[in-house]
Ligand binder design. Structure first.
Ligand code: PXP
Length: 243
C-alpha cells in the first residue's frame, strides 16, 4: 500500500499560547518536535480572526520546520494573497464561519461562487498543491476535480464523533468518497476528529495518502507528551497500512 502521511495540526498550541498573550507554548517549536518524532507534515489553519495561528507562525513554520506545510484557509482574496507569497507545499481550502468552534462541515463546492475556482487556479499557479475539504459525496468530489484541485480532504468528523457501534455507515460513505476521489483523478486526504481509536479504519483505506490530526493529538500530549503521541499515531497508521 502507498505510504500515508501524518500531518500534525498545531493550531491548539497557538490557542494555549494566546490564552496568556505571550510567546509560550510556541507552535513553531511544537512543529519542530512533532517532525523530529516522525510527523510527515505540519498543518496550520490561518483563520480570518487569527484566533490561534498568526501570520508570523505560518512564516516561521514554513521557514524553520523543514517539513511539508499544509496551510488550511478560507478561499478569500486575503488568504490567497498570503499563500501565494509564502508558498507552502499545500493549501487546503475550508469553509469558515467566524462564530464556529471548529470547521463545521465540508465546503459546498457545488454552490460556491466563482472565486473558489479562481483561488484554486492562483494557488496551483504558484506551485502549491491545492486540496478542498469536502463531505464524502461524489458530486462534491467531482466538482473539485473540475475546478482543477489536485486533492480532496474528506471530512471525517461525523464518523469520528459517532459511537463506535454507529460508525459503519459513516465509514462506508468515507470509503465510497475515497473511491470517488481516485476515480476523479484526485489525491485523497482525510481529517477531523480523529483519535487513536478512530484513525485505524481510515488509515486502512488505500486511497487515503494523508491524515491531518490536531485536537486529539495536542490534547493527548498533555498526558503522554507530543513525541510519544506522534509515535503512537504513526504506529496506528503503520499497523492499518500493513493490513
Ligand atoms: N482538517 C481540517 C480541514 C480541519 O479544519 C481540521 C480542524 O482544524 C482538521 C483537519 C483537524 O481536526 P482535529 O483538530 O479535530 O483533529
Amino acid at each position: 500500500m502507498t505510504p500515508m502521511r501524518l500531518s500534525v495540526n498545531v493550531d491548539h498550541v497557538a490557542t494555549l499560547r494566546n490564552a496568556r498573550g505571550g510567546a509560550f507554548p510556541c507552535p513553531v517549536e511544537a512543529a519542530r518536535v512533532a517532525v523530529e518524532a516522525g510527523a510527515d507534515g505540519i498543518t496550520v489553519h490561518l483563520r480570518e480572526d487569527r484566533r490561534h495561528i498568526r501570520d508570523r507562525d505560518v512564516e516561521r513554520i514554513g521557514a524553520e520546520a523543514a517539513t511539508r506545510l499544509n496551510l488550511e484557509m478560507a478561499a478569500t482574496e486575503e488568504m490567497v494573497g498570503i499563500a501565494c507569497r509564502l508558498r507552502p507545499a499545500a493549501c487546503c481550502l475550508v469553509p469558515e464561519k467566524r462564530q464556529e468552534l471548529t470547521t463545521e462541515g465540508g465546503l459546498d463546492v457545488l454552490r460556491a461562487g466563482p472565486f473558489l475556482g479562481e483561488a484554486v487556479r492562483r494557488l496551483a499557479g504558484a506551485g502549491i498543491e491545492v486540496s478542498v475539504f469536502v463531505e464524502a459525496e461524489a458530486a462534491q468530489i467531482e466538482a473539485c476535480a473540475r475546478l482543477g484541485a489536485q486533492a480532496v480532504e474528506l471530512h471525517t468528523g461525523a464518523y469520528a464523533d459517532a459511537e463506535s457501534s454507529g460508525r459503519a455507515p459513516h465509514l462506508a460513505r468515507l470509503r465510497a468518497g475515497a473511491a470517488a476521489a481516485r476515480g476523479a483523478g484526485l489525491l485523497c486526504h482525510a481529517g477531523h476528529g480523529l483519535t487513536y481509536e478512530s484513525l485505524g479504519p481510515v488509515a486502512a483505506m488505500p486511497e487515503v495518502v494523508e491524515v491531518s490530526i490536531g485536537h486529539f493529538l495536542i490534547g493527548q500530549s498533555v498526558f503522554e507528551g507530543l513525541p510519544a503521541v506522534v509515535r503512537r499515531m504513526r504506529a496506528v497508521i503503520a499497523e492499518a497500512r500493513a493490513g
